[in-house]
Design a protein around this ligand. Structure first.
Ligand SMILES: [Zn+2]
Length: 293
């Protein structure tokens, strides 16, 4: 059923084609797909590699995805820190010699940051800083313009409009989150370094690491002690993830359960509107709990 719905929307993994000469384009996850779809509006529709609701950290290459990759002219993806499974597939080559993959983590000016709570390694959830999404939009348009000169003007004007929309979105979310800024928050997985840096939030603890790996008993005990010491903070579960971990961390403390966050857009309908919905959803959920609402 889900596959049929995706096919009807033209969003299944096979890269959709527009008019003759328009490149077949794939994006790795919903947020990237949303930005690419915005840039391609009026020209073509990108395909989405990740299954609806799937966890990018556990990206698995299925035969149909492998065929879609081999048939694609262009692939936009975040990079190996987010989807090691896709990195492996792209490095493996196989069919599709004409394929070109653009790792958006390497776009000039994109800021790398460590995870906000645990601090070790890198936080691959780069799209949660609107400044990165803005840079990506312009880089996506430049790449598409090189691959498809006939539509270069359209890609450029779409990207310029999208950059303005992202600026307006960032200003709106800054206002939404202003009352929450001083209150530490606790999150399920350590995915909010870029969001916190962009909007002045403090992530005091994360139940799981940035790659979503299951926590060990020692880390859970440490997180619980930290939450108990923080007082009446909000602990945010995530869409599609078991709430028992968040509940276990809260038990016997003054913390409360916030609304579930969806940093990867797992529950949102793919398309150009997904990115602003994803960002607005995070801001409103955090403001509703941590802002004293
Ligand atoms: Zn994640």
């Amino acid at each position: 059923m889900r596959l049929h719905a995706l096919l009807a929307l033209g969003l299944a993994a096979a890269p959709a084609t527009g008019a003759a000469g328009v490149p077949r384009v794939l994006a790795d996850l919903p947020a990237v797909h949303s930005l690419v779809a915005r840039v391609m509006a009026g020209v073509g529709t990108p395909g989405l590699l990740l299954d609806a609701g799937a966890d990018p950290h556990d990206f698995q290459l299925r035969p149909s995805t492998a065929r879609a990759l081999a048939a694609a002219d262009l692939v936009f993806w975040v990079g190996p820190d987010l989807t090691p499974g896709l990195a492996h597939a792209l490095a493996g080559g196989g069919a599709g010699g004409a394929r070109r993959a653009v790792a958006l983590a390497t776009v000039a000016g994109v800021t790398g940051r460590p995870p906000a709570a645990l601090g070790e390694g890198t936080d691959p959830h780069l799209w949660l800083d609107p400044a990165n999404a803005r840079r990506w939009t312009l880089a996506i348009a430049a790449t598409l313009a090189r691959a498809d000169g006939a539509n270069a003007t359209r890609y450029g004007s779409n990207a310029a409009a999208a950059a303005g929309e992202i600026d307006a979105l960032a200003a709106e979310l800054t206002r939404t989150l202003a009352p929450a800024g001083a209150t530490p928050i606790v999150v399920l997985h350590d995915a909010y370094g870029h969001f916190a840096a962009a909007f002045g939030l403090t992530v005091a603890a994360a139940i799981m690491a940035a790659d979503g790996a299951a926590p060990g008993a020692r880390h859970l005990a440490r997180t619980r002690a930290r939450v108990a010491a923080l007082g009446p903070v909000c602990v945010f579960p995530e869409v599609g993830q078991d709430r028992r971990l968040a509940r276990a961390v809260i038990e016997g403390t003054a913390a409360r359960l916030g609304p579930p966050l969806d940093p990867e857009g797992a529950a949102l309908a793919p398309g150009p509107e997904l990115y602003p919905r994803l960002m607005r959803g995070l801001a409103e959920a955090i403001a509703a709990c941590a802002g004293g609402g």
